[in-house]
Design a protein around this ligand. Structure first.
Ligand SMILES: [Zn+2]
Length: 466
């Protein structure tokens, strides 16, 4: 930065102090005045440069079909940038043969079909990715000190970014599916274990999205649609207590409202992209839903399957709650729950089931409920060998699956009063999945705003596309 002349600084001080009535606030006054000055200069420079580009467009340019197309009229456009709102005046070209018009300058400036700069898009998207559209509009105002964009504008911008995120994910998926064998090979640490954590969670939907679908309400209808989530991560080290922990910067997410078959394809492609097939060990951790184990059997028949310990422990509590009213008088309910939990921890699933079955139950309805609860354990006994898994150094979940779902989908999209359409929710889920995918700094999120147009001078660029 070049040094400012003492005279300029002195002038600035006088002006800033004049604008502030309290002595103690003087640094704040300097900062405020400097920021406003910077915005004025930045806005002027950005707008001036943009208008120079507009003026550089030749009077006749080829239309997309190659017809020479003359300028028809000049039309203004307002564009929001981080420095402030600018106004450009650019020529509208109308092709008589195609009966269609276009703005060559918009293409050059990268603002075709939008009225925002990339930095402005990024800021609004970052806020709307994390909080509701209404709150995002407020946040942008608070942080930038500029007028809040309208809530609907925030929504439009975030969803546009989200659709770009989805397109990017789909392109990566397609590339992984078509990759030559060995093209995506990576160098694995011999002590590494790759994990695929899978879960699903329901997000609240407008009635039209759930009409005619089987749901979890007592009458068989539903108010939510399931977003399926897979978290792919690796683990090489342990924490100070010797517990295996997932490696930092090793996570990537797959998240979709699509049915299980499509989700399976997406997860398979992400596993190819991550070269999971060549990991020294592979484990699948999930909550026990049948469709997930079908997916695991199909994709990785040799992987170790583990029911997330957190989910299994929850099921133990549910089972204990069912049995507590029927325990013999000499059996303490707390000790009984502990007994079941100890058996679970040790992976003694048969004993756990036997303890539960030993309790005398009064009626058939209770017996059926208990039988169903016990079946969850007997069906998954081989996925609950926790003592063995721990001895073998496997991470056993403990809420990582659940918290992935919560932080990826529910925290943003299941707040009270929210009702989504799939079309509206999917871009936000895609944004969050990409943003939280933090695999070895491959920075896919930033690629949402990549401009693929090669660098050219304005005058020649208009003649290049055909
Ligand atoms: Zn034409």
């Amino acid at each position: 930065m070049t040094a400012l002349a003492a005279q300029e600084v002195a002038g600035f001080i006088v002006a800033a102090r004049a604008a502030c009535d309290r002595e103690a606030m003087v640094l704040d006054a300097f900062e405020d005045a400097a920021r406003r000055a910077a915005d004025r200069v930045g806005c002027g420079l950005t707008g001036g440069a943009a208008n120079l580009v507009c003026a550089s467009v030749p009077l006749v340019v080829p239309c997309p079909q190659g017809h020479g197309t003359p300028a028809h009229s000049t039309r203004p456009k307002a564009i929001s940038t981080m420095a402030g709102d600018i106004k450009i005046k650019r020529a509208y070209h109308y092709c008589r043969a195609c009966r269609d018009g276009f703005f060559p300058a918009d293409r050059l400036l990268g603002v075709e079909a939008r009225t925002t700069s990339t930095a402005f898009d990024r800021a609004v998207t970052a806020a709307a990715r994390e909080v509701s559209f209404a709150r995002a509009a407020q946040l942008v105002e608070e942080i930038t000190g500029r007028h809040a964009p309208s809530v609907s504008r925030c929504e439009r911008i975030a969803k546009r970014s989200g659709r770009a995120a989805r397109a990017l994910i789909e392109a990566d998926t397609a590339r992984a599916v078509c990759a030559k064998p060995g093209a995506l090979r990576r160098c694995w640490d011999p002590g590494a274990t790759a994990y695929v954590l899978i879960d699903g969670t329901g997000l609240p939907m407008v009635p039209s999205e759930t009409a005619g679908r089987q749901g979890k309400q007592p009458d068989g209808t539903g108010k939510t649609r399931e977003v399926k989530i897979a978290r792919l991560a690796t683990q090489t080290g342990c924490d100070k207590h010797g517990q295996p922990v997932l490696d930092k910067h090793s996570t990537s997410y797959v998240a979709t409202f699509d049915p299980a078959a499509v989700f399976t394809t997406d997860v398979a492609a992400e596993a190819v992209r991550r070269d999971l097939a060549h990991a020294p060990r592979l484990a699948v951790i999930a909550d026990g839903a049948t469709w997930i184990w079908c997916l695991a059997d199909k994709l990785w028949p040799n992987a170790t399957q583990i029911v997330d310990y957190f989910h299994a422990a929850e099921h133990v509590c549910d089972l204990a709650d069912l049995l507590k009213p029927h325990l013999p008088a000499d059996q303490d309910p707390v000790t009984f729950t502990q007994l079941l939990t100890d058996n679970l921890k040790a992976g003694r699933i048969q004993q756990l089931a036997n303890h539960a079955r030993a309790i005398a139950l009064p009626d058939q309805a209770t017996k059926d409920k208990v039988a169903a609860a016990v079946a969850y354990f007997t069906k998954n006994w081989h996925r609950m060998q926790y003592a063995q898994f721990k001895q073998d150094g496997f991470f056993i979940g403990s809420g990582a699956v659940e918290s992935s779902c919560k932080s990826l989908a529910e925290a943003r999209a299941a707040q009270s009063g929210m009702r989504w359409t799939i079309k509206g929710a999917d871009p936000i889920i895609a944004l969050r999945a990409l943003h939280r995918s933090d695999n070895q700094g491959d920075n896919r999120y930033n690629r949402i705003w990549d401009r693929t147009t090669p660098k050219t001078t304005p005058a020649t660029a208009t003649h290049q596309h055909s």
